[in-house]
Design a binder for this molecule. Structure first.
Ligand code: G6P
Ligand code: ZN
Length: 542
């Protein structure tokens, strides 16, 4: 019933910011998927007879990998596997299923916002029993194991019918196929005032939710149109496709430009939102205003008590280091803890588990709370809608009032994608070497106050994560941050994060890039991006 298959290691199965991500043809190499999954199982202890969750964002190769994972779970001794129907579970829904059914852990199949298709991206991520991405200790063990693996075990059995809800047997193991939406929708109903949102929509408030042909299609349809009464047509691009219709399922101003243009036009809807490939990211655009993810975190935190799930108030806020400091000012006012973590949702897990933070967010369009242990795109949309439904003002009014109260953090990220990896590393190394000499010097008329290579000391498990990005802080609260992306699949991506704090309400209506122009020039002067990479402008500005 089970067979042991000899194999040889691959040397490139190192999980990045969010699991192992590679092009599909790399995953299709003989034993590549099997080696990685076996390395995951070999790095875990005590799962015999326990439950595993498997689901993915439906991209190309999802169904094949679900079958392999199921057969390997059976051979490795799991007692039961919960699978989203069709192999589908959005990342936050997978996190919820792991928590709700007290599973041992889960395999989440996704490459998030990266394109899908036969020559595009695929990914496998392991989540632990709290529903969140495995911490570095585990991902490092997986990588170490992947370099020494000599065999894997797999059930010799026909494929499981993953399209029919209900329980089946696979080589003695139970396999239960679940409705991927039901548990998630029920959780959202607990957190948010659906009656208030329904009344808002009934009063004529219009919205558009763009699923970018990715996993949130069925979730958006069920929740926004069926349960909240938004008219048909509110959800667009809601049919999930294995190649996302040939687009990048990345909800930013480049790949969701149509939505942005619509919200900027006088006859567009009142509110627009989009989510990414696996449903954990969000894009929020009010009529006439794009809300940056960093601002969205701050505004949601300031208003969260208006939603039933957060009416007791927040215990703390956490943000990744490159995320703007807007939320810090909210935490200060609410007199609650504020935590600054490295990029990667996994760093929030301990703070959420320890009850130190309730809401978390990242500049990379991720926002979420202690309801699951992943960021959650639709959750952010629903919290915005709940706030709008209670306050009965527009998103732009919420933003303006927020800035008037707390000041505005102008913020932008400049990405240099597909850069030669060696050149990108040299740029960072050179900058790091110069850090000690920077404080007290000036660049573009700005005086550098401090400069460091961010290291995180986890207050819960006391682990230390070094080299998490280079920060240059200027007098007056402006800063630039440089780091290399940990999620790319070809070459390197240099991210430059630029931020200026502006307390004066008379200066809250500037165009972002011009408000940041001197800092952008300072970033170039500091890092020598042109010299190192040959690029004279970023590939993406968000
Ligand atoms: C994924 C992770 C996030 C992270 C983002 C950007 O979406 O889940 O936590 O912020 O990638 O990471 P990167 O390393 O590419 O900047
Ligand atoms: Zn994602």
């Amino acid at each position: 019933m089970f067979k042991t298959v000899p194999t040889t290691p691959f040397d490139d199965q190192k999980p990045g910011t969010s699991g192992l991500r590679k092009k599909v043809p790399e995953f299709q190499q003989k034993n590549y998927v099997e080696n990685f999954i076996q390395s995951v199982f070999d790095s875990l202890e005590g799962f015999k007879g326990k439950t595993l969750v498997i689901g993915g964002d439906g991209r190309y190769y999802n169904r094949e990998v679900v079958q392999i994972a199921l057969k390997m779970a059976a051979a490795n001794g799991f007692g039961k596997v919960l699978v989203g129907q069709g192999g589908i579970l959005s990342t936050p829904a997978a996190s919820n299923v792991i928590r709700k059914y007290k599973a041992f852990g889960g395999l989440v199949l996704s490459a998030s916002h990266n394109p899908g298709g036969p020559t595009e991206d695929f990914g496998i991520k392991y989540n632990i029993g709290n529903g969140g991405p495995a911490p570095e200790k585990i991902t490092e063990a997986i990588f170490a194991r992947s370099k020494t693996i000599t065999q894997y075990v797999i059930a010799e059995a026909p494929d499981v019918d993953i399209d029919t809800i209900g329980t089946q047997k696979l080589a003695g193991m139970d396999v239960e196929i679940l409705d991927p939406v039901a548990d998630y929708a029920a959780l959202m109903e607990e957190l948010f005032d659906f009656d208030a949102i329904r009344a808002l929509i009934k009063s004529g408030f219009t919205l558009r939710f763009d699923s970018m042909h990715a996993v949130t299609g069925p979730y958006g349809k069920e929740i926004l149109e069926h349960r909240l009464g938004a008219p048909e047509g509110t959800c667009v691009n809601f049919v999930p496709l294995p190649d996302f219709g040939g687009h990048h399922p990345d909800p930013n101003l480049v790949y969701a430009k149509d939505l942005y243009d619509l919200l900027m036009s006088p006859d567009g809807p009142d509110f627009g939102a989009a989510s990414d490939g696996d449903g954990d990211r969000n894009l929020i655009i009010g009529k006439g205003i794009f809300i940056t993810p960093s601002d969205s975190l701050a505004m949601l935190a300031a208003n969260a008590h208006l939603a039933p799930g957060y009416k007791a108030g927040l215990k703390g806020i956490a943000r990744s280091m490159p995320t703007s400091g807007a939320a810090d000012r909210v935490a200060e006012k609410l007199k609650i803890g504020m935590y600054e973590t490295p990029t990667g949702w996994k760093f929030f897990g301990n703070l959420l588990d320890a009850g130190m933070a309730t809401i978390c967010g990242e500049e990379s369009a991720g926002t979420g709370s202690n309801h699951v242990r992943e960021k959650d795109g639709l959750w952010a949309v629903l919290l915005w809608l709940n706030i709008l439904a209670v306050r009965r003002v527009s998103a732009i009014e919420i933003a303006k009032e927020h800035w008037a109260t707390y000041g505005r953090n102008y913020y932008s990220r400049h990405d240099y994608e597909g850069v030669d990896t060696a050149a990108a590393n040299t740029l960072i190394d050179d900058l790091r070497a110069r850090l000690p000499k920077l404080p007290g010097t000036s660049v573009q008329g700005l005086t550098i106050e401090t400069a460091d290579d961010f290291a995180y000391h986890d207050p819960v498990d006391k682990s230390v994560s070094k080299h998490q990005g280079i920060r240059v802080l200027f007098e007056g609260g402006s800063r630039v941050v440089f780091r290399l992306s940990g999620t790319g699949t070809s070459g390197a991506t240099i991210r430059v994060y630029v931020e200026r704090y502006e307390p004066d309400p008379k200066r809250h209506d500037l165009e972002t890039q011009s408000a940041l122009a001197d800092l952008i020039r300072a970033a170039e002067d500091l890092a020598g991006i042109k010299v190192h990479t040959g690029r004279d402008k970023p590939s993406v500005i968000t």
